[in-house]
Design a binder for this molecule. Structure first.
Ligand code: ZN
Length: 303
């Protein structure tokens, strides 16, 4: 029995199958860019031990900056914010959330979409930033079917090759081995609907692929253009609203290549501050929408 047969049998909609009435969704932010309506949609949040996020930063220094900014020193609880773009013809999601099997505090996307009366079968395209669990595990449902039955799936080619390569499992550290197995299982199910793209491509009209490798080998961001206005979906290229901006050089354990991650972050912050682009950050607070300004020798996130 697959998901659709099951739904037919029990006579309920795909959405209500996933509804979890006790879970509330987070704030949503809406931006208008010409005929495009862009919204941030919550998938809940993660709970990450500080030893994973900033293992290489001196404890006192790290705790001082966290405490000064009202953040806990043992765990970070970053939001997970997908981007939904509607232009009257297409309904495009950026990333697919964590699904039911990654972390109890994440995987709330289906509830958030239901709250906004957006059905899963109305999603025409899903564009992925990278292959981490909180971004792709939600693409496959409990019946091993694609969660969005009519969507075309756009995936970065470098990222696709990385997660599927024979030697990736042996090359990554212990803490990332489940990421590899999880990505492989999902990518196999996604394969028949996949369209691969490269940095510099226009993945769909008005959506330019910006290479932001470091967090993962093929991580991509997306500049959405309309006339002189633009917005960038930055995925996980910039992850913490305080430290990534004020200390962009600091290595973070959430980047697979910490050195390249820092280099990319600085390059991206420079561009975003110069171009005065709005951004949606997957793990930034209050829906993740804001912009970047220069501050002292570094940057700050403005909402
Ligand atoms: Zn992430």
């Amino acid at each position: 029995m697959n998901r659709r047969n099951f739904l037919k049998t029990v006579g309920i909609s795909g959405i209500s199958l996933f509804a979890m009435p006790l879970v509330s969704s987070f704030a949503t932010t809406k931006i208008q860019l010409g005929n495009k309506i862009i919204r941030s949609i919550s998938d809940g949040h993660l709970q990450l031990p500080m030893s994973f996020v900033y293992p290489d930063i001196e404890k006192n220094l790290l705790e001082k900056i966290l405490t000064n900014n009202g953040l806990a020193t043992n765990f970070l609880k970053p939001e997970c914010n997908l981007t939904l773009l509607e232009d009257g013809e297409k309904r495009i999601l950026f990333d697919a959330g964590a699904g039911a099997n990654f972390m109890a505090s994440a995987g709330k996307l289906f509830t958030s979409l239901e709250d906004k009366a957006i059905s899963l079968d109305s999603i025409t395209d899903v564009i992925f930033t990278h292959g981490h669990p909180d971004h792709i595990w939600g693409i496959v449902d409990d019946f091993d079917e694609i969660s969005f039955p009519n969507a075309k799936l756009h995936f970065p080619r470098v990222e696709w090759d990385f997660w599927r390569a024979d030697d990736t499992f042996s090359k990554v550290g212990e803490e990332r081995k489940t990421f590899v197995i999880g990505a492989r299982n999902r990518l196999e199910i996604m394969e028949e609907r996949i369209v691969l793209f490269n940095v510099g491509d226009e993945v769909l009209p008005g959506i330019e692929v910006v290479g932001t490798a470091g967090h993962t080998p093929g991580h991509c961001s997306f500049a959405i253009h309309h006339g002189s206005q633009s917005l960038m979906v930055i995925g996980d290229a910039i992850t913490n609203h305080i430290i990534s901006f004020s200390k962009p050089d600091w290595p973070t354990g959430s980047d697979q290549d910490t050195e390249l991650g820092a280099k990319t972050r600085k390059m991206l912050l420079e561009r975003l501050a110069t171009d005065k682009m709005q951004i949606i950050g997957y793990h930034l607070p209050n829906g993740g929408v804001g912009h970047v300004e220069r501050k002292a020798q570094a940057f700050q996130f403005i909402q």
